[in-house]
Design a protein around this ligand. Structure first.
Ligand SMILES: Cc1cc2nc3c(=O)[nH]c(=O)nc-3n(C[C@H](O)[C@H](O)[C@H](O)COP(=O)(O)OP(=O)(O)OC[C@H]3O[C@@H](n4cnc5c(N)ncnc54)[C@H](O)[C@@H]3O)c2cc1C
Length: 426
């Protein structure tokens, strides 16, 4: 069936893409949403899947389910492999074939990918934490290592197996380091009843001289103290120079024997940015006007991590959910304004603040960049807000029940090692 309605293609069912669709679908337009996954991922809880606290399905929501009542929204499961902005057409790889789709307006919201800053050895051996697939790979790895460690007699090798290095002093690094420590030392080790106790060593390495750079000094210091009181070792002011199969080497030559390096030290714009043929900004991000239109292209907008736009202080906006969502809403509004011959609005960010959790009863929060919270109260605030934020009533209930269970029992039920190889039949 053909229609005369404007056709808007949105690439990416992440936070930015969904914000566009949520506002646009009430208008007289046809929307095609494309993603290479058939689900939306709630990234703030990825580390909890990697550390066995939550099941993948509890932080993912099927895209078709979100828009099942909206007749003007179609979904295409596929990977965008080319954009032809001058022909207003994109190419999508789907079901083993390629498909071309035309648009009146295009929105790029494909987020970011891990940035290894050109360090091949880290890229080869490090574990990422950017999507659900990454978390399952990491979860399998740490559970298998624990099983191996329990049968390893050589104490040096056993220590390497139970040493984990997390790189990056941002919220994801802190959350992951804390959760890994708790998983090994409060959950797995309790189930190991041999003579030699298994204790994990978790080391958080940050190249700059502080954790949580955008936070006030007091909260940064409190975050470090809370991590250390949990048992995590914090190394500041040293970058990782190299990773080999069973060791990490820091810039000053310090060697940490380990099989596990989790890299959360930076992201760059998704490779889709390069498909536009425009000059990209720092970190492979797409330069956009304050209206969120891609500079140098007609009828192409972008939202979220992939965009590069400066705030009042001359810094690029942070790659966080609230920025992606507010940009997505503005993109929808501006497309509607253009369709109604009205002027477009400019991006004004409403900053709701920042927060990071560190482990049981430990967190820091800076709501609305006004109040400094730390410890138990910040932790409860973090839990409550993330529950509200999570998509789907059933997911919220499941996650809440899991959290209460974990808190009361120290148990982590999602500790299944799923081998990736095809099982033998019979
Ligand atoms: C582990 C982790 C924890 C985080 N914690 C927080 C937090 O606590 N608070 C916070 O504010 N931010 C957090 N973030 C950052 C936050 O996730 C991002 O800022 C946000 O997701 C950006 O939204 P987006 O729409 O730009 O991209 P995304 O939400 O990443 O969505 C991009 C979508 O595009 C799809 N896609 C990519 N390429 C293609 C392609 N070629 N074809 C089709 N589809 C494609 C992807 O599958 C994905 O669904 C975290 C990020 C990570 C990785």
């Amino acid at each position: 069936m053909t229609t005369q309605r404007p056709r808007i293609i949105i690439i990416g069912a992440g936070f930015g893409g969904l914000a566009v669709v949520n506002k646009l679908h009430r208008h007289d337009v046809d929307i095609l949403l494309i993603d290479r996954n058939n689900f939306h991922t709630f990234t703030p809880l990825l580390y909890q899947v990697a550390t066995c606290a939550l099941d993948p399905s509890e932080i993912a929501y099927p895209v078709r389910g979100i828009y099942r009542k909206n007749r003007n929204v179609s979904f295409l499961l596929g990977e965008v492999i080319a954009i032809h902005p001058h022909e207003k057409r994109i190419t999508v790889k789907t079901n083993g074939t390629t498909l071309d789709q035309s648009y009146d307006y295009l929105v790029i919201a494909t987020g970011s990918v891990i940035n290894f800053f050109g360090n091949d050895s880290i890229e080869q051996f490090a574990f990422g934490l950017k999507n659900l697939q990454d978390t399952l790979i990491l979860r399998n790895h740490i559970l298998k290592l624990f099983e191996k460690a329990t049968w390893t007699k050589d104490s040096i090798e056993r220590d390497a197996m139970t040493t984990m290095v997390v790189v990056g002093g941002g919220p994801t690094g802190l959350e992951t380091a804390g959760a890994l420590y708790e998983l090994y030392n409060h959950v797995l080790s309790r189930e190991y009843n041999r003579a030699n106790a298994i204790r994990a060593r978790v080391v958080l390495v940050e190249a700059s001289n502080t954790l949580l750079t955008p936070y006030p000094d007091r909260l940064r210091e409190l975050a470090r103290k809370q991590l250390e009181s949990l048992g995590v070792e914090v190394i500041l002011g040293k970058a990782v120079q190299k990773m080999e199969k069973n060791r990490v080497i820091l810039v000053d030559g310090e060697v940490i024997h380990t099989h596990t390096l989790v890299w959360s030290a930076g992201v760059k714009g998704s490779p889709v940015a390069r498909m536009l043929g425009v000059e990209l900004a720092r970190g492979d991000r797409i330069p956009v006007k304050p209206t969120m239109e891609v500079i140098g292209l007609d009828d192409v907008y972008a939202a979220g991590d992939i965009t590069y736009i400066l705030d009042k202080s001359g810094q690029p906006y942070a790659q966080v959910i609230t920025v992606a969502q507010q940009q997505g809403k503005l993109v929808a509004k501006n497309i509607i304004n253009r369709l109604n011959d009205k002027p477009q609005a400019e991006f004004v960010y409403f900053d709701k603040g920042i927060m990071a959790t560190i482990g049981r009863r430990r967190a820091v929060a800076y709501p609305f960049n006004k109040v400094q919270l730390s410890g138990f109260f910040a932790w409860i605030t973090w839990l409550g807000l993330h529950l509200i934020w999570l998509m789907g009533f059933r997911n919220r209930i499941n996650v809440f029940v899991n959290w209460v269970w974990n808190y009361l029992t120290y148990d982590r039920s999602v500790r299944i090692i799923l081998d990736e190889t095809k099982p033998q039949s019979g």
